[in-house]
Write a protein that binds this ligand. Structure first.
Ligand SMILES: *[C@@H]1O[C@H](CO)[C@@H](O)[C@H](O)[C@H]1NC(C)=O
Length: 211
């Protein structure tokens, strides 16, 4: 990727997808979903992080995050969510990255201040363990992206088809508003990003869905 010939939005999208790849890996590590040998310690933004090395796991995380690049660049992606499900595909926890890339931003990207801000997310993730609940043994997980809008009519068919791949189909919704725990947020133009944890609301197990 030729950094110099990119628009600020192209550059930031590149930084975001690399960050998301590491962040998703850190979340899956944090949840203890796989044996620790599926990960190895790597340096990223001058931090020690846990990067997935198990081939299928690493490929999945890499291909999903990299696949989002053109959509993040155009400001179409609103949320990237790491969802943990129980055996009936009911969500147990969601790690939500809510992002907005300023499409009017035209200045040089300040890479160092951006990295500084993103690093803080990774640091917070390493200590987020106490906020999360242990997973049952038959749980599963996936990465989902929610779009602000699909590429407009007139977009190339291929692009629209690619965007449609990201529409979640079978994730069940919670009956009650979720409990939201903020983990970290930043607003460093051209990127605004929040990371928060969603868990079923306190009354999610109540029988009466009318209240
Ligand atoms: C987006 O960038 C433009 C140009 O730098 C700036 O004037 C504007 O305030 C930014 N918008 C937001 C929402 O930060």
């Amino acid at each position: 990727m030729d950094w110099k010939n990119q628009t600020p939005q192209g550059q930031i999208a590149q930084v975001i997808v690399e960050f998301l790849e590491v962040a998703v890996s850190s979340i899956v590590f944090l949840k203890g979903f796989y044996p620790t040998r599926a990960f190895e310690r790597r340096r990223y933004m001058n931090l020690v992080v846990q990067k997935a090395v198990h081939p299928q796991l690493a490929d999945y995380i890499h291909s999903v995050t990299t696949g989002l690049l053109p959509f993040i660049q155009k400001g179409l992606v609103e949320r990237v969510v790491v969802i943990f499900h129980d055996k009936d595909h009911v969500p147990l926890e969601k790690f939500v990255f809510k992002l907005a890339v300023n499409q009017s931003y035209g200045s040089e990207l300040e890479e160092s201040s951006l990295e500084f801000a993103l690093r803080a997310f990774l640091i917070k993730l390493t200590v987020a363990g106490p906020l999360t609940k242990p997973l049952p043994s038959d749980s599963s997980w996936e990465i989902t992206a929610y779009f602000r809008s699909l590429p407009a009519d007139g977009a190339k068919d291929k692009e629209e088809d690619e965007a449609r791949l990201w529409i979640p189909t079978d994730t069940k919704a919670w009956m009650q508003p979720p409990q939201i725990t903020p983990i970290k947020s930043m607003g460093c133009d051209p990127l605004k990003m929040q990371l928060y944890l969603e868990q079923p609301g306190p009354s999610a197990e109540a029988e009466d869905p009318a209240s």
